[in-house]
Every structure is written in C-alpha cells, then in structure tokens.
Design a protein around this ligand. Structure first.
Ligand code: SF4
Length: 526
C-alpha cells in the first residue's frame, strides 16, 4: 500500500461506510485501530450529515495486539447490537485489522444475534472504496434475499403502472441526492412507479421487496453493477444501463425506460425543464466551439462528461481518464471513440503531468484536478467524486436528467466565461481607462490620483475639443482622424490606435488620415 497526501479513493471499508450511512436501520461494526475513526469526518464535515455514520469501531490500540483482539471485537458487536437494535448488522475489518486475521464474520455469527449478520471481506491491499461500496451493497442485498426464489413473472393488471428500482446512490456520492430527485421526476412524467431506491434510504428489509419491480435502473454502475447483474440472474429483472447525464443520454434513458415499462416516452421527452434551447439562443457559444477539454474522474462520470463535451457543447476532448480500474475497459472504449489516449491511474501526479502536457483550455475533473487546474491557470469544473464540501450545495444541483443538463451547461461554461474576462482584461490592460491602476468603473469616485490625472489629461486632449492634429513620435494624426478614432468604444480605442500606428509605420506613412484609419481596420480584419 502507498501512503499519499491526496487519494482518489479511500480503502474499501470507506465504501462499506458509504452504503451503511446511506441506509436506514443498519449498523456496521468495523474492526479497526484507534485512528480509523477519522472516516466519520468525511460524512459529518464533507456531507454535513446531522449525525455520525452508523459505525462502531473496535478502536484497538497497539498494546491490545498482544492480548485478545477477537474478544474486543465480539464485545463491540454485542454492545452495538444492544445499543442500536438494527434490522441487520454488517461486520468487517480495516487494513490493519485485516492483518490480525480475527475473522469478524465468524466471530459475529458465533454471537447468534437475532438479526442477520452480513460479513464483509474487504481486501484493503488490493481493492478500494468504489469496490468496497459495490461489494457491501451486493452482500446486503444477497443476504437479505438469500432464501428467496425467483418470483412468478409479474402480470400487471390494466392501468397498473410498471415499477422499477433505482440502484446505486450512496452517502458521500457526487450529487446522488439531487440525481435521484431528478430521475424520480422523469419517471413520474412517464408514469413509472419507484419500488425501492437502494441503498440510499433503504432499510435492510426493503431489500426483500426488490424482486417485485419490473426492471432495475443502474444509476451508478460503480456501486450497482454487481448487484444489478445478480438480480438479473436470480430474478430475471432487466437492467437499464444508460446513465442519463447530458441531453442525448437523458433522451436515450427515457426511451429505454419507456420501452421496459411499455409506456409512451413523449411526455418525458417533451419535458420543459430542459433550458438548452434558451441557452443556445442566449449565449454566444461560437467562442466555445472547439475548446480543448481534458476529462478525468470516476469512469461513469468521466465517460458521460466526455460525450457531453464533444456532442453537446462542441468541445474537443484532448484527454480522458479514470481512477477506478474496475471500469478501465469502458474508459478505453470511450477514449478510442474520442481518438485520445486513455489515462487509467490513481496517481494524481500522473494526471497533473498529463494536464500540463496537453495544456487544455478546460479541465473537467475531481476536486484534485480543480487544484491542479488552478495551479496551472486553467479553467475547471468538478464532475465527479471524490467529493468536497462544495459538492453538497444547499440548492439542488443534479448532474442527471434535463435539470442536470442545465447544471452542466452553467458549471462548465462559467469558468470559460471567466477565462474570457481575464483575456479581455489582459488585452486592454494598457488602456488609460482600463489599466491596473484604474479602479473599477462602478467605483469611479475612488479612482487613484494617477488615474484622475490621466482623466484630466484626456479631457484636455483633442478628442473633446475641435478636431486638430496629434503627434505620436514619428506619426502624426490629422484632426479628422482623431475625431474618427473617438467614435470607437473606449475599451478598444487604445488597441485601434496602436494597430493603426503600427500599420502606418509598416506602410512608411508619417501622417494618419481617416483613410489610413480605415485601411488599417481593413488590414487587421482581413
Ligand atoms: S488501518 Fe488502513 S485506513 Fe486505517 S489508518 Fe491504517 S492505513 Fe488508514
């Protein structure tokens, strides 16, 4: 294992915590050394949950290693059960506890508690957080459904709506809360019922109702894919695999869901929540076309973002990668479609090197890439976990569905628009009304003495008075030409003057007339 300052994923027991913390009435007993309680902070500080995650740590210390750590674990399980009385318990070990080989599953089962005990094998030295979440979700569902056989195919009576399960949202997920709300809204437009959302908000006993749905929506493959495959094998429930991020994917998702439910997709396809037409009319998007974009994140969000960038925003994808190796094949296929080299790594320094090498104009990445992009002076928007406190805004900000597409437009275009403002500031830095010493125009009362002096000089300049000639070194402006120059908006006037003088010098002219001004304009706009 490698110690690092930054990491895209935590150890697998953090993934298990994300599932436990998302659920209701479940408790996780983690055999772990004292320091591991840090993981609580991810949930209380980053996600700002009102309560601690439902986890009991054994918090053994170095001195306990010489004695009976198995006894410490059994005591912790018994106490956690007595205190919380959950519907089910999950038990596992963190990295250090894994080395002690105490067998949490066997020890907890030996206590013969009156609730299901779900043992987790979390190989901390080979697997990480996303895998841990997926494995935990699968273990909870398969244990709770253990004895159930395949139900008879459900025959819906006339008018009875089709139902589905929404699989994958967890605690500490990137915009999961808001994505679920938007997907539910689309399902309502289609007249499709939601049977169980899992694991977010699910009780262990709710897992027993999963087979009642007509199909499963695999909202976050990183967490839900294994479980969805198992449900398909065991109960014949078809999975919907299109992840509705972006307008195109949302439409595909709606058509796929409507097909599985046997309903008309039109009400959802024509939903007015999409503001793309308004956005396209109201934004001069020409300057966005062809912007060079580097995309990195978890596989699902990175693949979706690259597709939206290329097909919906007109950007050019120059790099694509993901940190979770379980989905490397999907990322490689997507990279091939965009004609770029895939980057599959969990080393943020390697990602930083690739960004520096490619010099994109926009980075779509995780909080890690946000820091990297800031250091390199490149615009950036966050599209994926690992999450940061900013990724839990008070307002709804989904990534999925039409509402999510609106959020993508805003959050990707604004950093570029800021970049444009910087560019304008650079261009007009030398203009007397727009230079570094000049205060903001809306604070004209606070201008520096220097600027006041410049303004006074400008007022006395020929522009305000009758037209007469003005000399700039070897070049002389006729009064008429100066008057014409004053018609140009102030913020481009300095540049127009410099360009015209450069043109006159190149042409061997010493006097700038109105004709010279227009010839120079024609020359530079050619
Ligand atoms: S046991 Fe693993 S997760 Fe816990 S502090 Fe040690 S290295 Fe980190």
């Amino acid at each position: 294992m490698r110690l690092t300052v930054w990491t895209y994923e935590g150890p697998p027991h953090v993934g298990a915590m994300r599932v436990a913390a998302a659920m209701e009435d479940i408790h996780f007993v983690l055999h772990a050394p004292q320091g591991d309680t840090y993981a609580d902070l991810l949930f209380t500080m980053i996600e700002r949950r009102p309560s601690r995650p439902p986890v009991t740590y054994t918090t053994f210390q170095a001195r306990d290693l010489g004695s009976d750590t198995a006894e410490i674990f059994k005591r912790a399980v018994a106490q956690a059960y007595e205190r919380h009385r959950p519907e089910a318990l999950i038990v596992g070990a963190s990295c250090t506890a894994e080395l002690i080989q105490d067998d949490p599953g066997g020890l907890a089962t030996a206590l013969a508690l009156p609730v299901p005990v779900i043992p987790l094998e979390l190989p901390s030295y080979t697997r990480k957080e996303c895998w841990g979440a997926s494995e935990t979700f699968y273990r909870v569902v398969s244990t709770m459904l253990g004895g159930q056989d395949r139900p008879q195919p459900r025959v819906r009576s006339d008018g009875e709506p089709a139902t589905c399960n929404i699989l994958g949202p967890t605690a500490l997920g990137f915009r999961h809360r808001d994505d679920v709300a938007e997907v539910r809204r689309l399902l309502t437009l289609l007249g499709v019922g939601v049977n169980v959302i899992a694991p977010l908000g699910m009780r262990p006993s709710d897992a027993r109702r999963l087979p009642q749905a007509d199909f499963n929506i695999v909202l976050y493959p990183e967490t839900a894919d294994t479980t969805a495959r198992w449900l398909e094998r065991k109960f014949g429930q078809p999975p919907i695999r299109t992840v509705p991020i972006g307008v195109g994917a949302t439409r595909e998702f709606i058509v796929e869901v409507a097909g599985a439910a046997g309903v008309d997709p039109t009400p959802a396809l024509e939903d007015g929540a999409l503001r793309l037409p308004w956005w396209s009319r109201s934004v001069d998007s020409n300057y966005l076309t062809g912007k060079r974009v580097f995309v990195f994140g978890d596989a699902t969000h990175a693949i979706a973002a690259a597709r939206v960038a290329a097909e919906e925003m007109g950007f050019s994808v120059v790099g694509l990668g993901a940190y979770n190796r379980e989905f490397a094949r999907e990322v490689r296929e997507a990279a091939a479609r965009h004609g770029v080299e895939p980057l599959i790594t969990d080393d943020y320094l390697e990602v930083e090197r690739r960004i520096a090498e490619l010099q994109p104009e926009l980075v779509l990445g995780t909080q890690m890439e946000r820091h990297v992009a800031k250091r390199l002076g490149i615009a950036c928007a966050v599209i994926s976990a690992p999450v940061h406190v900013q990724d839990f805004p008070a307002h709804a900000a989904p990534q999925m569905g039409y509402a999510g597409a609106n959020v993508l437009f805003d959050s990707w275009v604004h950093p570029l628009a800021m970049g444009l403002e910087e560019h304008l500031l650079g261009m007009f830095r030398d203009d007397f009304e727009f230079n570094d010493a000049a205060g903001p125009s809306h604070l004209s009362g606070e201008r520096t003495a220097n600027v006041e002096a410049q303004a006074t000089a400008a007022a006395a300049a020929p522009d305000d008075g009758p037209a007469h000639s003005h000399s700039a070194g070897p070049i002389t402006w006729t009064g008429e030409a100066e008057k014409e120059l004053r018609k140009i908006p102030f913020f481009v006037r300095g540049k127009a003057r410099r360009n015209t003088e450069a043109y006159a010098l190149a042409e061997g002219l010493t006097t700038i007339s109105v004709e010279t001004l227009y010839d120079a304009k024609a020359h530079y706009t050619r």
